[in-house]
Design a protein around this ligand. Structure first.
Ligand code: PMP
Length: 441
């Protein structure tokens, strides 16, 4: 079977003439799955979207995470329309911003004060500036494979050992900036201790995805977040949680308030100083937010000396969409539903892979799961890298041809949404069975 995608092909050719690489975010290209034209989508409704050639797909990409209610949810759409009718931007404060800040704070008590920005990248970038301003130190420690947006400081890969300074992950980032970042393996407290022992007096913050969403879904090992927070505190460094993917994903709140962490996790001991948010909190419109302890956030202008600003920040359309999205998520049973769909998907995929002799590790946390073509657990980036990218690429294409859309990268998660049905999951599992059968030949 091959996909009828003549219009996507033609549009891709045209896009290449005008838009760099034909895409406005590199993750949208099919480079990691063998290249060629990405599918150009035209319309989304509920759990489905339709491409320019009229093909319908069950969507597990969910726009890399924000579309947790499904496409064009009527409550969100109505909120956006209302906001647009009242004018989309004023350049003044609004009451809506207060309402939304209050909602976020109620869900995550560590957010004494918040500031809205326009993307996850901006949120993370701002937390780092604030942490540096507060501590008077320059370096940050991050974990390999965790993605924190495309700002200079976090687009840095590990050096050659656990306790070496970073190297730029992109052209255009000065080595001097990469040297302000130390990258250590996720779930490895020994490596963190080693880095702190060597560079500690310069470390402003330890930044982490408390549950990882960027090399598949990966849980912290028991004691990892407690150990991380304790080590940072002993060192006088701040703890920054990047909850851009995780906030409102697994329950109505953040990882720091999640009862699904490894048993025995002491939530009081894992509270961060600063948190970055994005994705779901914009209900599908551009947004980011960051916040944390009052005395630390007091560094931010106009209160303090750390400058951070935004013409579009807190715009009524994004805030309205975010409020509407969280209102739907607050309804009883939403997260149990996402979990139930995720569990059915996991069980079906695992069965189908076993039946066809395909080695597949599935990591799932409620409605978010990742499929790793390997026969070992995936608990850190190094293990995620060892999985079979070619098999994933083959699987991705076989699924796409059958109307199932995944993210075109072996590192990205699948997301169930409130719009998916049992029937969608069953169709997906059947398609996966056929894909595994073809791959096993
Ligand atoms: N942090 C994390 C954990 C992310 O997954 C992402 C985006 N995938 C970002 C930050 C950056 O967010 P944005 O793309 O909105 O800038």
């Amino acid at each position: 079977m091959t996909l009828q995608n003549q219009r996507s092909e033609a549009l891709y050719k045209e896009a290449l003439e005008h838009i760099v690489g034909g895409v406005n975010s590199p993750s949208r290209s099919f480079k990691a799955v063998g290249g060629g034209a990405p599918v150009f989508m035209k319309r989304g409704q509920g759990a489905y979207f339709w491409d320019e050639d009229g093909n319908r797909y069950i969507d597990y990409l969910a726009a890399y995470g924000p579309i947790i209610l499904g496409h064009a949810h009527p409550h969100v759409t109505a909120a956006i329309c209302r906001a647009a009718e009242n004018g989309t931007l004023y350049g003044t404060p609004t009451e809506l911003e207060i309402e939304f800040a209050r909602m976020l704070k109620e869900a995550t008590p560590s957010l004494d004060k918040v500031r809205f920005v326009n993307s996850g990248t901006e949120a993370v970038m701002s937390t780092i500036r604030v942490a540096r301003a507060y501590t008077g130190r320059n370096k940050i420690i991050k974990f390999s494979g965790c993605y924190h947006g495309h700002s200079d400081l976090v687009l840095v890969a590990a050096g050659s050992g656990p306790s070496t300074l970073g190297i730029p992950d992109s052209a255009g980032i000065p080595v001097s900036i990469a040297h302000e970042v130390i990258t250590v393996p996720y779930n490895d407290l020994g490596a963190l201790d080693e880095a702190l022992a060597r560079w500690g007096q310069d470390v402003a913050a330890v930044m982490v995805e408390p549950i990882v969403g960027n090399f598949g879904m990966v849980m912290p090992k028991p004691g990892f977040l407690e150990g991380l927070c304790a080590a940072a505190r002993r060192n006088g460094s701040l703890v920054i949680y990047d909850e851009v993917i995780t906030a409102f994903r697994f329950h109505y709140g953040t990882v720091q308030t999640f009862d699904g962490l490894p048993s025995g996790t002491d939530l009081a001991a894992i509270e961060p100083d600063l948190t970055a948010l994005g994705k779901i909190i914009g209900g599908g419109l551009p947004i980011g937010a960051y916040g944390g302890r009052k005395d630390i956030m007091a560094q931010v202008a106009p209160l303090g000396p750390a400058y951070q600003a935004g013409t579009m920040a807190g715009n009524p359309a994004s805030i309205s969409a975010g409020i509407a999205c969280l209102q739907v998520l607050q309804e009883p049973g939403t997260y149990a539903r996402l979990d139930q769909l995720g569990a059915a998907l996991e069980a079906g995929l695992a069965d189908a892979a076993r039946k066809h002799g395909i080695a597949l590790t599935i990591n799932r946390i409620r409605g978010a799961l990742s499929t790793h073509f390997c026969d070992h657990p995936v608990t850190n980036y190094e293990e995620a890298q060892q999985t079979d990218g070619e098999q994933f690429a083959q699987f991705f294409r076989l699924m796409l041809e059958q109307g199932i859309c995944l993210a075109p990268s072996k590192y990205e998660a699948w997301f169930t949404t409130l719009a998916h049905t049992e029937e969608d999951i069953a169709v997906t599992i059947e398609a996966a069975g056929r894909a595994f059968a073809a791959m096993a030949q």
